[in-house]
Design a protein. Structure first.
Length: 540
């Protein structure tokens, strides 16, 4: 130590005080910068590669080529959008005279018949979870009665508020909450997830003093968590799944926990593969490190809570586990309420209080809102309540039994087919398929040509079927399985066939190292949904 001190003293003995201060400050700041530059989530190689591709787009020839390709794809997306609408005339300005009831209804009926997929006959994965004419009529009548109500005004519409409170309390009981368990209704699973993230961010800031919040989630967690991270400035630490079970790696989740972690997340099931994370292990992590645990049961929650009584044991995932502090579950999926309707539930009111948005000094008065929206559709709340009353416990139990039996039947038959494999073990109603022998998107193309619409997955390429009550109708599951058998036979006879169309683009996008290009593609696709032709094009 003496020799080091001597070396430092000799190095600075000829320096002025201001020089010593400047050199010391610069060295410290430089060291901090280097440390932060090296120690990031992405490796130096990954960041370097991204930077190279970003800089490459500034080269005129490359930029022009990228722009040409994007413009071409934009035209393709717009054409596809128009093709889906089958040359229906667009209305882009208000009619001079308002339409009468019959005219309005005629337009609506025509628009509802547009589309190439027969979802009413179970040709679509997920999307529509129940097709019951009596239920549709009931929902329409209920919504009509409550269509202009708004729970933002509880003094004007106390009945709507009562129905919301009852939906929340019923849901709390289904997920084994106690008298302290609480929550709110939301417009959908994304809002439920976003509100949970807001609650835990604000709770961690006030109670723990965390100023740079982070959440630890599986890579399979719904993209709504990433959206919440972007909206709320929460760093997302996504951890891998186990290679065989496709459930989150608990060891990886434990390693990702830091002093800034505000919440841990598990899915029951996750959207891509339909597998259920080990919530009991995540709950134990939450208790050990005093971190709230959110369970995303948006997709399968209203199956899981009925599965035990339907004869299908499930691992504990809800408020039975002491570490679970919140659950999101969509009533507009297997609760069979109209879109969009969901619940976000908390173990204690202290968390729900941080979900609220309160403004105390506004000239318009003291303003308090429980969810993202101020005004909310009372009709949706009433329809959700009505759906719960319509089915009752026995109705949901019967539906759950049919759906899980159908899922297990399809899974069993698929596992017998040469060339296919199933990702992990389906936890509820989602079956994800892959292949080591051919590109799985070829199977998806074959199914599309036969009128089926399945979800395409990436990293790795896969497809999945989300089984709904519609698929439990006689003959649908066997029709699906027969079509797959026939397509597999065709693929074996045409080994040189390659993926075409949009799925080829989807597959290609996975190989692009510059993900900003993929982002640009996605923006163009979303733009196409709002595309309306110019007036002169319509006349032609």
């Amino acid at each position: 130590m003496d020799s080091v001190k001597g070396l430092i003293n000799n190095s600075f003995k000829e320096k002025e005080p201001w020089q010593i201060v400047t050199i010391t400050t610069t060295t410290v700041l430089g060291a901090v910068w280097v440390w932060n530059f090296i120690h990031q989530d992405e490796t130096l190689f990954e960041r370097g590669r991204k930077k190279i591709f970003q800089l490459a787009r500034y080269i005129p020839s490359i930029r022009e080529k990228v722009e040409r390709e994007l413009n071409s794809l934009n035209d393709t997306f717009e054409k596809e959008s128009l093709d889906r609408l089958k040359n229906v005339k667009f209305i882009t300005k208000l009619p001079e005279q308002g339409l009468n009831d019959d005219q309005v209804m005629e337009h609506i009926k025509n628009l509802m018949q547009i589309g190439g997929y027969d979802w009413q006959s179970g040709k679509v994965s997920g999307t529509v979870y129940r097709h019951d004419q009596k239920l549709i009529e009931l929902m329409a009548n209920v919504y009509g009665l409550a269509s202009y109500t708004n729970p933002l005004h509880p003094d004007v519409f106390p009945g709507v508020c009562k129905m919301e409170a009852e939906v929340v309390r019923i849901s709390c009981r289904l997920f084994h909450g106690d008298d302290a368990t609480c929550g709110t209704m939301t417009m959908g699973g994304t809002e439920s997830i976003l509100l949970a993230c807001k609650a835990y961010r604000d709770y961690a800031r006030d109670v723990k003093g965390i100023k740079h919040p982070e959440m630890v989630i599986p890579i399979t967690a719904h993209s709504a968590f990433d959206k919440a991270g972007q909206f709320l400035k929460i760093k997302v630490r996504a951890v891998p799944v186990n290679p065989h079970s496709y459930t989150v790696s608990i060891d990886a989740m434990k390693r990702a926990i830091t002093k800034n972690t505000i919440m841990l997340v598990g899915s029951t099931p996750n959207f891509p593969y339909g597998t259920c994370d080990n919530i009991e292990a995540i709950s134990e992590l939450g208790l050990k490190y005093n971190i709230p645990v959110h369970v995303d049961a948006c997709l399968g929650g209203f199956l899981l809570c009925f599965m035990p009584d339907a004869g299908f044991p499930v691992a504990s995932f809800d408020f039975k586990l002491p570490g679970v502090t919140s659950i999101s579950a969509d009533t507009h999926k297997y609760g069979y309420a109209p879109k969009g309707s969901s619940v976000i539930l908390y173990r204690e009111k202290k968390y729900r209080h941080y979900q609220y948005t309160i403004t105390t000094d506004w000239p318009g008065g003291i303003y308090g809102s429980p969810t993202v929206s101020g005004s909310r559709a009372g009709g949706i709340i009433a329809a959700c309540w009505a759906a719960m009353m319509y089915f009752g416990y026995d109705g949901y139990l019967s539906s759950t039994k049919k759906i899980i039996e159908t899922t297990k039947y399809i899974e069993t038959e698929l596992r017998k087919m040469d060339g296919l494999f199933i990702f992990g073990t389906p936890g509820t109603s989602v079956i994800a398929l892959g292949s080591h022998q051919f590109h799985i998107y070829l199977l998806s193309e074959g199914l599309t040509s036969r009128g089926w619409n399945l979800n395409a997955l990436q990293f790795p390429s896969a497809i999945h079927l989300c089984v709904t009550h519609v698929h439990t109708q006689p003959g649908i599951a066997d029709s699906f399985l027969d079509d797959i058998r026939n397509i597999l036979a065709e693929i074996k006879n045409n080994t040189d066939e390659s993926v075409k169309g949009r799925l080829a683009l989807y597959g290609m996008s996975q190989k692009l190292p510059d993900r900003t290009v993929v982002s640009d593609l996605t923006k163009l696709f979303i733009d196409s949904m709002y595309f309306t032709p110019k007036e002169e094009e319509e006349k032609n």
